[in-house]
Design a binder for this molecule. Structure first.
Ligand code: NAI
Length: 340
């Protein structure tokens, strides 16, 4: 039995993500929460002929005697996995960090519901800026004494999905895409997104000139901007993100149910894991959160794997990313530890 929850389920990501989770035979119960429209989304999905029971909740109406978190708590009760795509998306000209002001508070409140209702659930954070929202979730859980670093994940799968697609495009053969896997490490914002192209499972030809490689790295780092620009004010990636989020959720669910050997990049706490401490040493940094290839297991993060052998260019990309990443992490931690 697996109960999956989507918080922000009526949104651009939330709806197709809920659809993909409803279509997933591993999910036996799907519960949806948003501040609008979830009863409709849940009713619609509930007609799909898969086994999962679907429910949708809202906050209580204005003037109700019910506590403000009543709908949220009903949604979260008994959850095994909680996926969070709640919050505002980017518009042209915005960075993910510009979203902090609004999304930080939304994620804090949702994390509080998780801490008090389903503290053992795996929490998958999609809301941006992921570099800060994952530390926010962790700090809220710590405050309630229920933080399990094995269970809190920043979803960076869209970067991995984009890397596979864009590398296959450069190779000139999209049919290769299912064979191309590139670890993407660091964080989830601009230059903090670091695709380790030297470790692509389908190697790039050595004849490829450096400017093509540089352009490919830049496209993976700033692929989100292509979508924001094309949507022209109507938001950011939703369908590709729903696909990526469902893929990552499925991997977590499979591992929770006992599948072994699943290794995926995700943004996690480093210092709580032996492998994470090794990476901190390699990086020469005490950075607390980083996207790394993680082996998943029945308790969440089973092990944090090595970054592998890095080219000197990749090493310099990581060094360049660390200050921005550190700043975003500190901002998230401070938001909970020392709110202004
Ligand atoms: P959207 O605006 O279409 O949907 C967001 C939903 O969150 C809305 O339905 C809204 O009502 C809901 N919401 C707002 N406050 C809430 C609260 N307190 N509780 C529950 N729900 C609440 O936005 P979209 O496009 O779905 O994006 C959602 C988030 O995902 C954004 O922060 C965006 O930046 C992020 N994102 C992350 C990616 C990643 O790779 N991790 C990729 C693309 C987007």
């Amino acid at each position: 039995m697996v109960k999956a929850v989507v918080l922000g389920a009526a949104g651009g990501i939330g709806q197709p993500l809920a659809l993909l989770l409803k279509a997933n035979p591993l999910v036996t119960e799907l519960s949806l929460y948003d501040i609008v429209n979830t009863p409709g989304v849940a009713a619609d999905l509930s007609h799909i002929s898969t086994q999962s029971k679907v429910t949708g909740y809202l906050p209580p109406p204005k003037g109700s005697d019910l506590p403000a978190d009543d709908g949220l708590k009903k949604t979260l009760a008994g959850a095994d996995i909680v996926v969070i795509p709640a919050g505002i998306p980017r518009k042209p000209g915005m960075t993910r960090d510009d979203l902090f002001k609004i999304n930080a508070g939304i994620v804090r409140d949702l994390a509080t519901g998780i801490a008090t209702t389903c503290p053992k659930a795996a929490v998958l954070v999609i809301s941006n800026p992921v570099n800060s929202t994952v530390p926010i979730v962790a700090e809220v859980l710590k405050k309630h004494g229920v933080f399990d670093p094995k269970k809190v994940f920043g979803v960076t799968t869209l970067d991995v999905v984009r890397a596979s697609t864009f590398v296959a495009e450069v190779l000139g053969d999209l049919s290769l895409v299912s064979k191309v896997s590139v670890p993407v490490v660091g964080g989830h914002s601009g230059v903090t997104i670091i695709p380790l192209l030297s470790q692509s499972t389908v190697p790039l030809p050595s004849s490829l000139d450096q400017s093509t490689v540089d352009a490919l790295i830049k496209r993976i780092q700033f692929g989100g901007d292509e979508v924001v620009k094309a949507k022209d004010g109507a938001g950011s990636a939703t369908l590709s993100m729903a696909y990526a989020g469902a893929l990552f959720a499925e991997n977590v669910i499979k591992a929770l149910k006992g599948a072994t050997g699943i290794v995926v990049p995700t943004y996690v706490n480093l210092s709580a894991h032996e492998g994470g401490q090794v990476i901190q040493k390699e990086l020469g940094s005490s950075i607390e959160y980083f996207s790394v290839p993680v082996t998943l297991g029945p308790n969440g993060v089973e092990a944090i794997n090595s970054l592998g052998s890095l080219s000197s260019h990749e090493q310099s990309l990581i060094s360049a990313a660390l200050p921005e990443l550190q700043e975003s992490i500190t901002k998230g931690v401070q938001f909970i530890q020392a709110p202004k």
